[in-house]
Design a protein around this ligand. Structure first.
Ligand SMILES: Nc1ncnc2c1ncn2[C@@H]1O[C@H](COP(=O)(O)OP(=O)(O)OP(=O)(O)O)[C@@H](O)[C@H]1O
Ligand SMILES: [Mg+2]
Length: 233
């Protein structure tokens, strides 16, 4: 495995000079161009940018869900590019949590089962232990009374709370969130964001959040603005 000396030992994630070009037949679309990013432990960073500027694409590359056309992504000092899909999956499960815009919960499973899922993907984890941890976290996000509900039986805000619990159940070093409040009305967006911030502080994890909402972005330690695949100066 390729290791590097990170610039400081608090760095969780580093992207160096990454570009992404989507190629389909004769059409190629350059979405990201020569980007650098670095996130430290416990840091809260917001990425803003207009629709189509490449925010989701960037988050997927940083989380090892996709690979850059050019450049390097380092997670906890290890180079994701050189890993195969299985190794990348293990790195994701060990160090990262994901919250998606459209929650991506499994419709046929209860809230407990959805939240326990990332733990159950690990070898040697007992089902009862995973479920107990899921219950604990669901209580923390205020859903102790909705444990057995399936996603279709929950409100939009409640589903996002389940998605937050699922992202945090493995106690990741960094949570990547793609417009976690994008589908909610202002009040719900605010309360989901506050919940996420509270948990982030108490768990001491880093948070990299894509948002359209400049007011939410202002509450981050740092704001990065993406414009046509590059950082705006
Ligand atoms: N698989 C793909 N093949 C070709 N082009 C793609 C693909 N995925 C995304 N794109 C293009 O890349 C650009 C950036 O997409 P991306 O989803 O990263 O934008 P975004 O900033 O997240 O936008 P939004 O705010 O609407 O979610 C878009 O113009 C999109 O059409
Ligand atoms: Mg997007």
């Amino acid at each position: 495995m390729i290791k590097q000396q990170t610039q400081n030992n608090k760095e969780i994630l580093r992207a160096k000079n990454i570009s992404k070009v989507y190629s389909e037949g004769k059409i190629s679309t350059q979405v990201l161009q020569d980007l650098d990013v670095s996130i430290n432990e416990g840091e809260r960073v917001a990425i803003v940018g207009t629709s189509g500027s490449g925010k989701s694409t960037l988050l997927h590359l940083l989380g090892g869900l996709d690979t850059p056309t050019k450049g390097e992504v380092w997670l906890k000092g290890e180079l994701l590019n050189k890993m195969d899909e299985t190794q990348r999956g293990e790195m994701r499960n060990k160090h990262l949590g994901f919250i998606y815009q459209f929650h991506h919960l499994l419709a046929e499973f209860s809230a407990i089962e959805n939240v326990a899922m990332p733990l159950l993907m690990r070898p040697a984890v007992k089902i009862d232990d995973a479920k107990n941890q899921a219950v604990e976290l669901l209580k923390k996000v205020g859903l102790g009374h909705r444990l057995e509900h399936r996603p279709g039986e929950l409100s939009g805000g409640e589903r996002q709370r389940v998605a937050i619990a699922r992202a945090l159940v493995t106690k990741p070093a960094l949570v990547l969130a793609d417009e976690p409040t994008g589908n909610l009305d202002h009040e719900n967006a605010q309360s989901v964001f506050e919940l996420l911030s509270e948990l982030q502080t108490s768990f001491g994890m880093g948070l990299l959040m894509v948002t359209h909402d400049r007011n939410l972005a202002k509450m981050a330690d740092r704001q990065l603005v993406l414009k046509s695949g590059q950082w705006e100066a």
